[in-house]
Design a protein around this ligand. Structure first.
Ligand SMILES: [Zn+2]
Length: 149
């Protein structure tokens, strides 16, 4: 599945993932890094899938994929909230909303640091990721608490 992904093996993979995190479209990222749009979309999809599987096993990856994980967690919180909204479970909806806000704030803070020091802050990103990892673990622990499955 991922063995032939040109983004996984791309020399600027982190930059590509950061661009996606900042919400840039697949097309914009593809143009910026001279890769195909399909490759960008495919990469994001299979990385997300891998993250979901890893999380099911209770493993939280840290480091270069932290931003994608945050994005995925945010999406999950949104889905949880949407589901709770539909069933009228306002307590769960509120909890999910709080986590969403927390994740957005964290994401913005990490992105802001990246923007201030582009290119050469890989060490800083790794340190931030450690903090982020702890926060995602906290989120997951709470998430399990509000989601019976
Ligand atoms: Zn890939």
């Amino acid at each position: 599945m991922s063995r032939k992904c040109s983004i996984c093996n791309h020399g600027r993979r982190q930059e590509i993932e950061h661009a996606l995190l900042r919400g840039e479209s697949n097309r914009a990222v593809a143009e910026q890094f001279t890769v195909s749009r399909g490759a960008v979309a495919g990469h994001f999809k299979h990385v997300s899938t891998a993250l979901i599987q890893a999380r099911k096993l209770g493993e939280i990856e840290c480091g270069k994929s932290i931003f994608l994980q945050l994005r995925e967690l945010k999406l999950e919180a949104q889905q949880l909230r949407a589901r709770a909204d539909r069933t009228g479970d306002s307590r769960t909806a509120l909890a999910a909303l709080r986590e969403e806000i927390r994740l957005v704030e964290l994401e913005a803070r990490l992105s802001g640091q990246l923007d201030e020091k582009p290119e050469t802050n890989i060490v800083n990103v790794t340190l931030d990721a450690e903090t982020a990892r702890r926060m995602t673990e906290t989120f997951l622990a709470r998430h399990r608490g509000v989601n019976p499955t």
